[in-house]
Write a protein that binds this ligand. Structure first.
Ligand code: UD1
Length: 424
């Protein structure tokens, strides 16, 4: 275990390259199992979740090769009869439930334990199961293990009661090899849904409408492997944009798709921060204290929930009072108590936080309890005067690639040091 030690108060300046999108990778890596043969993925982030997913694929019998430069090759030629996924790996990764859709499609049967992941409040999977049933699958949950099976998977229609990224992905995965056409209504529209559709279509699938709220999938008999580059990570980019603004910095982010960052850009502009786009890069410059803004997180193209925790840190030192409402998760303010220790004026009531901006934060030891809360605490450490220790950094390592190296490239004073062994 290690911690990050940050000496804050320095403006971030320079250029940083944004990595491939975690949540795309976590949908497309399992999707490679649908195509018999060797698929190649490029622009993958070097993060723990990708390592865990690679290990899961290997445990199922796929041959996985990690090359340099964010590339991964998965050969899934021999997966016949595989249905159960090892529990110790599943519990580390929520997105392991995508193997339900994949193995159901490929082998007619899947067994996956109820998945782990960040504790953001209740995380039901009823919509995933509704979708599998609509394709004619039998679904049961026994002793914490979800079982889905179908003699013949048939296309069907499903209307989701809530907009769910996970359920949309899972039903897309299952439907690609079903007989007939599947229609998903009230589908999630996140860019990684489009990225997944692009990969599947490159393999020969017939997915139309991804990125809108109605997706049509005409099932095909088989998929062939393809090469696909993962899109850039909007949440990593948002974290750097906010860090630049909060430290009154001047940072150019390379390898981004500015369109995917519009919800963040709009709120930064409203806060008086300068944001300019140039092809696949975006520049964020802040000369003064940002202004308070109100925001509510929503499914894309609304303000991304995963970008909200770091954004609240910027608002903690903004001029004025901001109101932030969380529209997706019940428990998304796990960083609030920690930034209070650093002097932030943040009061959380249910899904709303009222943030009274203060002149400055001061360094303190703090503990990350989930990935985005951890990112928020790192931004707080960069802003604060004095030294901040961020513990629980393993959460951040799940989804951010070479965090301290990238931040040091922008002039931050940040070190990873081993946690001292407790005295027994
Ligand atoms: C994904 C992202 C996560 C992000 C979230 C919302 C991945 C690996 N993770 O999570 O980083 O915070 O989208 O953008 O891509 N719900 C139900 N029933 C279901 C499924 C979901 O009620 O069957 C509810 C959830 O409780 C939540 C909302 O729908 O309130 C959205 O959840 P969902 O979009 O499914 O999130 P994930 O796919 O788990």
């Amino acid at each position: 275990m290690s911690k990050l030690v940050i000496t804050g108060g320095k403006s971030l300046e320079g250029r940083v390259r944004i990595s491939g999108r975690k949540n795309s990778a976590l949908a497309i890596i399992p999707a490679t199992l649908l195509a018999e043969g060797e698929s190649a993925l490029e622009n993958l982030p070097y993060i723990r979740d990708v390592d865990v997913y690679s290990a899961i694929l290997q445990s199922l019998g796929a041959k996985v090769r990690r090359n340099g430069g964010g590339s991964l090759r998965v050969d899934s030629a021999d997966l016949s009869g595989v249905s159960a996924v090892p529990f110790d790996l599943v519990k580390q990764l929520r997105a392991s439930y995508y193997l339900l859709g994949v193995l159901l499609a490929r082998n007619g049967r899947a067994e996956v334990a109820m998945p782990g992941g960040d504790d953001l409040g209740p995380r039901p999977i009823d919509q995933h199961l509704k979708g599998f049933r609509a394709l004619g699958a039998r679904v049961s949950i026994e002793r914490g293990v979800i079982k889905v099976e179908a003699d013949r998977l048939m296309g069907g229609s499903v209307y989701f009661d809530v907009v769910s990224v996970g359920a949309t992905v899972n039903v897309m995965l299952a439907a690609t090899l079903a007989e007939g056409t599947t229609i998903i209504e009230n589908a999630a529209k996140e860019p990684h849904i489009v990225d997944l559709a692009n990969y599947l279509n490159a393999c020969g699938a017939k997915v139309r409408g991804a990125g809108t709220d109605v997706i049509r999938i005409r099932g095909v008999k088989r998929l062939s492997p393809a090469t696909h580059a993962i899109i850039p990570d909007d949440i990593e980019a948002a974290t750097f944009m906010v860090a630049a603004a909060a430290t009154r910095g001047d940072v150019v982010l390379e390898n981004v798709i500015p369109k995917h960052l519009e919800p963040i850009t709009a709120k930064l502009l409203e806060a008086g921060v300068e944001v300019s786009e140039n092809g696949d890069s975006i520049r964020v410059t802040a000369y003064d204290r940002p202004l308070a803004v109100n925001l509510k997180t929503m499914p894309y193209p609304g303000f991304q929930t995963d970008a909200m925790p770091p954004f609240t840190v910027m608002l903690a030192t903004a001029e004025g009072t901001s109101v932030v409402t969380e529209g997706i998760w019940e428990n998304r303010f796990r960083h609030a108590g920690e930034i209070k220790k650093m002097g932030a004026g943040i009061r959380v009531e249910g899904r709303t936080a009222v943030i009274e901006g203060v002149d400055r934060l001061s360094g303190a030891p703090v503990e990350a309890q989930d990935i985005r809360a951890g990112a928020a605490l790192i931004v707080a450490g960069l802003v604060a005067e004095g030294e901040t220790e961020v513990h629980g950094i393993e959460h951040v390592d799940r989804g951010y690639e070479r965090t301290e190296e990238k931040l040091r490239g922008l002039g931050a004073r940040i070190e990873r040091v081993p946690e001292s062994t407790p005295v027994s």
